[in-house]
Design a binder for this molecule. Structure first.
Ligand code: YH5
Length: 273
């Protein structure tokens, strides 16, 4: 299988690493909008040196409970980073739900749109269809501010699979080639631990949708619940989960800790053939 995104054609013959690059100026340092560009670019450079295959730039925190940000604010956070990295050796992914940012990012050379809302915002499908970007369609129940309050499913795997099928069908009807589509069950997005576990176990079944799978579990609270660790002590749990996801058929793993994940996937490739 090959994934087409912008000027890139990614062979999916080994699991790829998508590095999470934070473009939100909020966290710890209080360095504001000027400092965050510098910090993000250093983070991106380190991630590529550590073995990242894709850089995922996000300007809106989608953590449970996080507040939404406006289009202009998100453009201001993300576009300087996309413009600075557009000629990088690896594809740039932009984590957004906003059609206005999809268009601006694609024009500036971003190769992938990673949408936790699976292009449900009016105009988002058209924005992707009118460009050459690849896209990740992710399942989410509810919205980030409230999604973890009481997630409910009759059949979590069936419902997630049906949703991803429906969203990918719409995209293809709009003229997007199947080679440009990734799907993602959306771990932690409106899911209790039992739902996340059922979805993880069902990765081989989700693969039957016919699209490469992207899996994001790095540092998430499901791993905190399993390992009994706070967010700054979830490295081992995250790397283990990334390896297991790759073994169950994930084509791309979205991670914070690129170097450790790369080593683990190399060991997997060499010793688990
Ligand atoms: C994903 O799964 N996740 S943002 C809370 C954490 C740690 C990490 C409490 N964007 C995904 O990474 N895009 C996010 O600790 C994503 N798949 C795709 N495609 C949430 C996140 C996180 C939240």
């Amino acid at each position: 299988m090959t994934f087409h995104c912008g000027r890139f054609r990614l062979a999916l013959d080994r699991p790829l690493i998508m590095a999470i690059i934070n473009a939100t100026p909020d966290s710890f340092s209080g360095d504001g909008v000027a400092g965050h560009l510098d910090r993000a670019l250093r983070m991106a450079e380190q991630a590529v040196a550590d073995g990242a295959d894709i850089l995922d730039i996000g300007g809106e925190s989608s953590r449970p409970g996080a507040a939404a940000v406006g289009l202009q604010e998100e453009l201001d956070r993300v576009m300087p980073i996309v413009e600075a990295l557009a000629q990088a050796t690896v594809p740039i992914s932009v984590d957004t739900t906003k059609p206005g940012l999809v268009r601006a990012a694609a024009r500036a050379g971003a190769a992938i749109i990673n949408d936790i809302n699976a292009l449900r915002e009016p105009g988002a499908v058209e924005a992707v269809a009118g460009s050459d970007v690849g896209v990740c369609l992710m399942h989410m129940q509810g919205e980030p501010r409230t999604m973890q309050s009481a997630p409910q499913y009759r059949d979590v795997v069936g419902e997630v699979a049906d949703f991803l099928k429906q969203r990918s069908d719409i995209l293809r009807t709009s003229g997007v080639a199947p080679e440009r589509i990734l799907v993602d069950p959306g771990f932690g997005f409106g899911k209790a631990l039992e739902h996340n576990i059922a979805l993880f176990e069902a990765l081989p079944r989700l693969r039957e949708l016919g699209y490469p799978l992207l899996v994001g579990v790095s540092r998430k609270s499901m791993l905190g619940q399993i390992a009994g660790r706070p967010v700054d002590q979830r490295l081992a749990a995250s790397v283990t989960a990334a390896v297991l996801a790759a073994q169950r058929g994930a084509a791309i793993v979205r991670v914070h800790d690129v170097a450790a994940t790369r080593d683990a996937l190399a060991v997997m490739a060499a010793l688990d053939r």
